[in-house]
Design a protein around this ligand. Structure first.
Ligand SMILES: [Fe+2]
Length: 268
């Protein structure tokens, strides 16, 4: 859950006709969910074939020094081209995702997986590339790569997987995650894989900033096609993005890695 929001930022960016429509959408989220469920029911449920192997390139390792020095890193060409293309071509229609539920985080999300539930995403037969992605993120091999990337001397483990897409007016109001000050969690980093999006700014690529009104921006990912942003959730900065402009969007997959002790402990 997000903390340390700015009241004046909230006021400023929850006004206007587009935000009014988003408020309405949020009020009607249960109805939207039912309609989307119906639409999914009438979809062709033929299993799709996935040929590409999930490969996260060594742009991860190349960005390790920057991450360890700054608490964040921006990566280009993060997925192998064939795997990226496969995800791009099979991106789900919005009715496979859940509508937003709050003004502070107003985008579509779905295919959520949290540690302790079997590592199977919803609609895995129709979206096998998502399943492959998760299957790779939870391997010991990738956990080791992430541990080396972060430069820590304890094990890290995949804690979550989430698909999200923005639409006009979507935003994440700048905040820190509750994990920032949670003493039970020793370490936590978030990886965003940007699959597709219009050029920045205004497309909803996550921005990291020193303040909770996005005045002192540290990084605003310049490209949103096969790029990534990794940040230390316990570092002293904020994340969010301003309302998505007309004709802009972004598709992303995010995953959180925390210290293994915490991930295992929370499931007991
Ligand atoms: Fe957050």
């Amino acid at each position: 859950m997000g903390v340390s929001f700015s009241g004046s930022y909230y006021k400023k960016y929850s006004n206007g006709p587009i935000q009014f429509l988003i408020k309405l959408r949020i009020k009607l989220d249960e109805l939207t969910k039912k309609i989307r469920l119906l639409r999914r029911k009438f979809q062709n449920k033929q299993p799709r074939i996935s040929n590409a192997t999930c490969q996260i390139t060594n742009s991860l390792e190349q960005a390790a020094n920057h991450y360890q020095k700054n608490g964040w890193a921006y990566l280009e060409n993060v997925l192998s081209p064939d795997f990226h293309q496969e995800i791009l071509k099979n991106w789900p229609k919005s009715y496979y995702l859940n509508p937003p539920r709050k003004m502070t985080k107003s985008y579509n999300t779905g295919f959520r997986w949290d540690y302790d539930i079997s590592p199977k995403i919803d609609y895995a037969d129709q979206f096998p590339a998502f399943q492959k992605f998760l299957d790779y993120l939870i391997t010991d091999e990738f956990a080791k790569r992430i541990r080396n990337f972060a430069g820590v001397n304890f094990d890290l483990m995949c804690d979550s997987f989430l698909v999200s897409s923005t639409f006009v007016g979507s935003q994440v109001m700048p905040h820190k995650d509750g994990i920032y000050s949670d003493e039970k969690i020793k370490y936590c980093l978030n990886i965003l894989f940007f699959i597709n999006g219009r050029e920045m700014p205004g497309s909803g690529g996550l921005v990291l900033a020193k303040d909770n009104e996005l005045n002192e921006i540290m990084i605003e990912p310049p490209k949103l096609i096969n790029t990534g942003l990794i940040y230390d959730v316990k570092a002293d900065f904020y994340h969010g993005f301003k309302p998505v402009k007309l004709d802009k969007f972004r598709w992303a997959i995010s995953s959180q890695f925390c210290d293994k002790d915490y991930v295992i402990r929370q499931t007991k």
